[in-house]
Design a protein around this ligand. Structure first.
Ligand SMILES: Nc1ncnc2c1ncn2[C@@H]1O[C@H](COP(=O)(O)OP(=O)(O)OP(=O)(O)O)[C@@H](O)[C@H]1O
Ligand SMILES: [Mg+2]
Ligand SMILES: [Mg+2]
Length: 662
């Protein structure tokens, strides 16, 4: 197979009129309306409430910067939400760069307009992209912004991102200052039945008050909407911060230590910012974890969470050492984290999140800052009162024993299933419950975060998950010693249980199917290619016997009205749009990676044998003939990703699970 052949084998369908005229540049807020998923993570209920969060976040930023101390969240009838603060007010003067437009209009109608790109107007803000309120405006009808500045009240109205009035002065406002934003999410985007949930909004408002003691948050709700669900009025202010919040959550339940581990610490030196935490270890708990950065909830955790995890783990191990408990060194992070109830809130400058919905913090510094700040306090918490320290250590050692016992039981079971051979399983493997290999599968996934989703999405009985880190060794250009020493390959070998190269015995394979599951992008194709060549070279018999598969995660989710369908690629998307949605307005979300899908979606589209598609991998001729393989791999690993996509296509055939099972 030469390069020319690879290109020649490209499908020869007509390219139509694909020229410069097919390349669109969306203007103004149009991209937001066309691809809302990119800005608010979808158009479901969660995305709907994200609109409220964006406006509230802006008001909180004003409070955290020290300019506001009161915020009102008011839900009216007809899904009308108004959020008011008593901060500085959005600037209303003409914008120097856009003649004829006020700063307010620029803020509301242009993406990437904002005062938070430098630390001048805000130090540790939750806002950073200059996108939030403009996105809300784009996706709402009848947005009205009122600003009271210098004792004068200004107002401007918008609909679906476009001004419907100029900025007008509506009179004197001697006793008022700040910003009020009213909006109604657009049913064209969210569907006619989408609604604000009063309880969800109230919870959001309330949690903000816990996160920042310097603010009072008022809640109002029209009686017609409130029903019995929420009060029509409430005021939230919590000087005790997270410690109060956690105490309320834990209630009367008994905990390993009667005093919780709570505190607050400013970061040292030039690092503006601070961390606040509260952790309890109830004797019976399913665990509860709330992480925030600059008052923004980050449900997927991130670097601040990693800092807390490291501080607790290292702290308890050091304490074990201090009291002469030798088993302390075997304590893992999970032993102290799982089943705890924790709240963590950081304020940092220039935070980085993985996307506009800010579900996960990625600022690298946060891990170190949080770990260092908390570690000292935790050491004191444990050692100041030895009884308390020992009580927590005992609790954590119990968890460790549970973990080790469960693991031993698992190992024994699988040992018996694989004819008594001594078996060590890699720690990263999440094994399936069934002992008999028949009907079981192992998913090899790229990265720990995709691994986490896969774990939640899998069928525990029959599906195992092994996350591998990034690009595995390119076996084609490595010698046997290097291959044997590579950790990822060792883990893979142990999990499969059937040995490498001449020692490979396919009868010992611990699963019926091996499924490579990587992102549907260029990197994913690279990793899939590396894995395939690994199997071709090290375990060709497994491939020959048809044990190796490729998962097919979708690239798009297409939604029209209440119906959602998944498309594998552009051709499939066009087909669905034409056949299933027949010219209806379709909203398209593109998945950048497996980690972006929630576990339900991942299961349905990619893992569940009833609904997924798998490709079976076949052994290429070159490997059958044991000739020229080195050359093949060198070419595949070269710069051009098309070669790898073509390679995957050429060596994998679409199969139905029905066929596999038959
Ligand atoms: N309530 C408010 N009070 C004062 N200024 C505000 C308020 N809301 C928005 N602004 C100004 O408008 C700018 C744009 O807000 P927007 O929400 O679009 O982006 P951001 O908050 O900067 O970043 P992000 O996209 O992360 O939310 C802010 O940076 C701030 O300067
Ligand atoms: Mg914002
Ligand atoms: Mg903006």
């Amino acid at each position: 197979m030469s390069n020319d052949d690879l290109f020649a084998s490209a499908p020869s369908t007509s390219s139509g009129n694909y020229d410069a005229s097919s390349i669109e540049v969306l203007e103004g807020l149009e991209p937001v309306r066309r691809r809302p998923g990119m800005y608010i993570g979808g158009t479901d209920e969660r995305a709907y409430h994200h609109l409220a969060a964006e406006i509230l976040d802006n008001a909180m930023d004003e409070a955290v910067a020290g300019h506001a101390n009161r915020i009102e969240v008011a839900l009216g009838t007809g899904n009308r939400l108004t959020i008011t603060d008593n901060g500085r007010g959005m600037p209303v003067d003409p914008h120097p760069k856009y003649p004829g437009k006020s700063a307010l209009e620029v803020i509301m109608t242009m993406l990437h307009s904002g005062g938070k790109f430098s630390a001048k107007a805000y130090a540790t803000s939750g806002g950073l992209h200059g996108v939030g309120v403009s996105v809300v405006n784009a996706l709402s009808t009848d947005t009205v912004v009122e600003v009271a500045r210098n004792k004068e009240l200004f107002r401007q109205s918008f609909s679906r991102g476009h001004p419907t009035s100029g900025l007008v002065s509506v009179g004197a406002a001697p006793n008022r200052r700040g910003t009020a934003v009213s909006f109604t999410p657009d049913p064209e985007i969210f569907g006619d039945s989408a609604r604000f949930r009063p309880a969800r909004l109230m919870r959001l408002a309330r949690s903000k008050a816990y996160l920042y003691a310097g603010v009072e948050i008022r809640w109002r709700c029209d009686p017609a909407v409130a029903g019995d669900e929420v009060p029509t009025e409430a005021v939230f202010q919590f000087p005790g911060g997270l410690a109060d919040h956690l105490a309320e959550q834990v209630g009367a339940r008994e905990c390993a230590t009667s005093q919780f581990f709570t505190g607050k610490q400013a970061f040292p030196g030039d690092n503006q910012g601070s961390v606040e935490w509260a952790v309890a270890w109830p004797l019976y708990s399913d665990g509860s974890y709330s992480y925030y950065c600059n008052t923004i909830p980050t449900p997927d955790g991130g670097t601040h969470e990693a800092g807390l995890r490291a501080a607790l783990t290292k702290g308890i191990r050091a304490f074990a050492d201090l009291v002469g408990q030798k088993r302390g060194k075997d304590i893992t992070a999970d032993d102290i984290m799982v089943g705890s109830e924790q709240m963590l809130s950081v304020f940092i400058r220039d935070p980085q999140f993985q996307s506009q919905t800010k579900d996960r913090l990625t600022s690298p510094d946060a891990a170190r800052l949080v770990e260092t700040a908390i570690r000292d306090h935790f050491d004191h918490f444990l050692a100041d009162n030895m009884e308390r320290g020992k009580a927590l250590l005992g609790f954590v050692l119990d968890k460790m024993d549970d973990r080790l016992r469960r693991k031993a039981e698992r190992d024994v079971k699988r040992k018996t299933a694989t004819s008594g051979r001594k078996l060590r399983l890699p720690g990263k493997l999440t094994d399936c419950a069934n002992d008999d290999p028949s009907g079981t599968e192992i998913f090899i996934v790229e990265g720990d975060s995709a691994g986490g989703s896969a774990k939640q999405a899998r069928d525990r009985k029959t599906q195992a998950v092994l996350p591998i880190r990034g690009k595995i060794l390119n076996v084609a250009s490595a010698n046997a010693a290097k291959i044997g020493a590579n950790q990822e390959i060792q883990d893979l070998g142990q999990a499969l249980g059937c040995g490498l190269r001449d020692k490979c015995n396919p009868d010992l394979l611990r699963y019926e199917r091996i499924v490579i599951m990587t992102d549907a992008d260029v990197d994913g194709a690279h990793i899939a290619t590396l894995l395939m060549t690994f199997f071709f070279q090290e375990m060709p018999e497994l491939v020959r016997r048809g044990h190796l598969y490729l998962a097919q995660p979708p690239l798009y989710r297409l939604t029209a009205g209440s119906k959602s369908l998944y498309a594998m690629d552009d051709a499939h998307r066009a087909e669905i749009e034409a056949k299933e949605f027949k010219g209806k307005k379709v909203e398209v979300a593109r998945f950048k990676g497996l980690g972006e899908m929630n576990p339900m979606q991942l299961r349905e589209t990619t893992m569940d044998p009833k609904t997924r598609t798998l490709l079976r991998v076949v052994l290429p001729q070159e490997y059958e003939e044991r000739a020229g393989t080195r050359d093949l791999v060198d070419r595949l690993m070269g710069k051009n990703p098309e070669h790898r996509f073509a390679f995957i296509q050429a060596n994998a055939a679409m199969v139905d699970d029905e066929v596999i099972d038959a």
